[in-house]
Design a protein around this ligand. Structure first.
Ligand code: MG
Length: 373
């Protein structure tokens, strides 16, 4: 890759894959990771999984697939400006949500609750489990056999207890080392993407209003700017113009502040990044604004009574499915039944986590409605 900074991850120095493979021809190791992620089953399922809204609520809302594409786009732009490894950042961004359950946070919370006595459920760990184990498409190994750096980047956070069970990829949590700049960047690109698209989806759904958002500094500033330039602009365009300017402001701020941090810290190698503070960061002012927006979304969108109704249903569906399968593993599809002999509850969690929103709803009907088969 051209123009890589000394503190960027170079694919030639990768710590490699769990199973040895011949080097790729005509593409880098991280490009190969990205390609494997895009061709995986879990990646295609992201199309029918949602974060805030349930998949059938509307065709225009973000799904985890379009969310992941937006994260990758934002992360790649910034990576290029900072001379970080764009391929690695793209692979991490595209894979970061692979372990998510159906029904977004509600599904994850419900599954975690069910799994509490058996080690819990955490979507980050699950994303790693998907790429390390659950994808079954290669003759020589389970999982996608991704590079160490992509796997490490996918594992955004992890308890020390769990990290010890993960071997090399959990090492940095045990030794309290900082993630690569590429991993740090994918993480903040995720924030930029969801804060902004949740504003857009929130307005589109009618759960949020322009008046409410007018109270949030970062939104209000950008909206005023658009209205000054285009006083007669129609509402939908006003939303798009405002959101796109917010994304751009956040991207520019993150790039500038990170450049500044890198200059001040002057890391000469990857090793220097491990012991440095988090260098990928917003400026203090932008960070405050981001936090206010996040807080606004939590109170007004994620806790909106209409969202809460769906969240409640989602929780019941996931809990019912878990209880039924855990009590009677014979109800699992055959390919899961064999795995269930080793650990029934973990296999049930894998099966449920892999479901799309609509599949979970259908499976719930098949199990519980007597007139369904
Ligand atoms: Mg995400």
């Amino acid at each position: 890759m051209a123009n890589l900074a000394p503190y960027a991850i170079d694919s030639h120095n990768s710590r490699g894959r769990r199973y040895r493979e011949a080097p790729p021809v005509g593409r880098s190791e991280f490009q190969r990771d990205r390609d494997r992620i895009i061709h995986s089953t879990a990646f295609r399922r992201l199309e029918y999984k949602t974060q805030v809204f349930v998949n059938h609520e509307g065709d225009l809302f973000r799904t985890r697939l379009t969310h992941s594409l937006e994260v990758a786009q934002i992360a790649r732009s910034i990576a290029r400006s900072l001379a970080l490894n764009e391929d690695l950042v793209e692979a991490i961004a595209l894979a970061h949500d692979l372990g998510h359950t159906p029904f977004g946070h509600a599904g994850q919370d419900a599954l975690h609750h069910c799994m509490k006595p058996y080690g819990g459920f955490e979507h980050n760990l699950q994303s790693l489990r998907v790429v390390d184990l659950l994808e079954q498409r290669y003759a020589a190994f389970d999982g996608l056999n991704l590079s160490f750096e992509t796997r490490e980047g996918i594992l955004k956070h992890c308890s020390v207890k769990n990290a010890r069970l993960l071997g090399d990829v959990g090492e940095r949590f045990v030794k309290r080392r900082r993630a690569s700049l590429e991993a740090q960047l994918a993480n903040l690109a995720d924030e930029i993407a969801y804060n902004n698209h949740d504003v857009d989806d929130g307005l589109r759904s009618g759960l949020l209003s322009m008046e409410q958002l007018g109270q949030v500094g970062i939104f209000a500033d950008h909206m005023k700017q658009v209205l000054r330039e285009y006083p007669k602009i129609e509402n939908r365009r006003l939303v798009h113009e405002t959101v796109r300017r917010m994304i751009s402001t956040l991207v520019v701020d993150l790039t500038r502040q990170t450049s500044k941090n890198i200059k001040a810290h002057d890391p000469q190698s990857i090793t220097a990044i491990h012991s440095a503070p988090a260098l990928v960061a917003f400026s203090p002012d932008m960070n405050r604004q981001q936090q206010l927006l996040k807080q606004f979304l939590r109170i007004n969108l994620y806790q909106h009574h209409q969202v809460a109704r769906m969240t409640n249903k989602a929780r019941r569906i996931v809990t019912d499915l878990f209880d039924a399968f855990a009590a009677e593993p014979r109800l699992l599809p055959p390919q899961y039944r064999d795995l269930a002999q080793a650990s029934a509850t973990r296999t049930v969690a894998d099966y449920i986590a892999g479901m799309t929103d609509r599949y979970a709803i259908r499976e719930h009907k098949r199990l519980f409605a007597v007139d369904e088969i």
